[in-house]
Design a protein around this ligand. Sequence first.
Ligand code: ADP
Ligand code: MG
Length: 185
Amino acid sequence: MITEPIFLIGARGCGKTTVGQRLAAACQYAFLDTDQVLQQRAEKSIADIVAQEGWPAFRMRETQTLQSVVAPQTVIATGGGIILAPVNREYLQNNGIVIYLKAPATVLAGRLEITPEASQRPTLTGKPIAEEVREVLAQRDALYRETAHHVVDAACDPDDVVAQILAAINASHVSRPQVNSATAG
Ligand code: ADP
Ligand code: MG
C-alpha cells in the first residue's frame, strides 16, 4: 500500500480542490488544501494577508504550511503559485507524487468567471480575468510541468481527471493507492 502524499498543482480554477476531494474519496485518503490550512492558521483570508503583509510574507507562510501538512495517505491541493519558489518545487518532488492539472487558459477563465468566489486569491495583475489567466499560465506552465511527475488533462469531467490520475500513478508506482472501486467509478 502506498504511503506517499499526492500533491495537486496547477493554476487557479484547474480543479485542485474539486478533483482533490474526489481523488481522496476514491483512494480513502485524507484531503487538505494548503490555502485553507494557511488561512485557518493565520485567522485571516489570503486577500487580507497579501494586503496587510505583502506577497513575500504570504509566500513564506505558504512554504511553512506545505512542509507542515505533509502526511501519508493524503491528497494535498496546493496554491497556484506554490511552484514559484524553488524550495517548494524541490520539496514537492521529493515528498510525494506530484500531479499537474493542466487546462487551457480559456477553460480556466471560463470557470473563474462563473464562480469568482471559488478562488479567494486577490487578482495578481489587476487585469481582466481572461487576460490575467493567460499571462499567469504562460509564466507558470513550464514550472508546473517541470515540477510534476504526471500531467493530466484537467479540462474534462472531474471524475475523468480522477481516473487519469489513478491510471498515471498505477502505471508508474510499484506500490499504489488501494482504490475503492465503489467510489472510484
Ligand atoms: P482550484 O482549487 O484549482 O482553484 P477549484 O476546484 O476550486 O479549482 O475549481 C474552480 C471552479 O471550477 C469551481 O467552480 C469548480 O466547480 C469548477 N471545476 C473544477 N474542476 C472542474 C472540471 N473538471 N470541470 C468543470 N468544472 C470544474
Ligand atoms: Mg482550490
